[in-house]
Design a protein. Structure first.
Length: 67
C-alpha cells in the first residue's frame, strides 16, 4: 500500500491518521507500506519503507535503487 501526499515539487508528505490507516491496511492483508520518509516511524504492523521524493519511489519500484 502507498500512503502520502505528493507536492508539486515531487516531495512526498505525510497524511493524517497514518498509524490508524496502517493498522487497517494490515487487517486487510497488506504486508508492505511505501510512505513519505518523514512518516516512517517503524512502529506499524507491517514492513515500512520511506521515501523523500516520488522519483526515489519510482526508482525503487523499477529496480534502479534509491540514489
Amino acid at each position: 500500500i502507498m500512503l502520502g501526499e505528493i507536492a508539486l515539487s515531487g516531495e512526498l508528505r505525510p497524511v493524517a491518521h497514518l498509524p490508524m490507516r496502517l493498522r487497517e491496511a494490515a487487517k486487510l492483508g497488506f504486508e508492505q507500506a511505501y510512505l513519505p520518509r518523514a512518516a516512517n516511524d517503524g512502529n506499524a504492523a507491517m514492513k515500512e519503507q520511506g521515501f523523500a521524493r516520488l522519483s526515489d519511489l519510482v526508482d525503487q519500484m523499477l529496480g534502479r535503487g534509491v540514489q
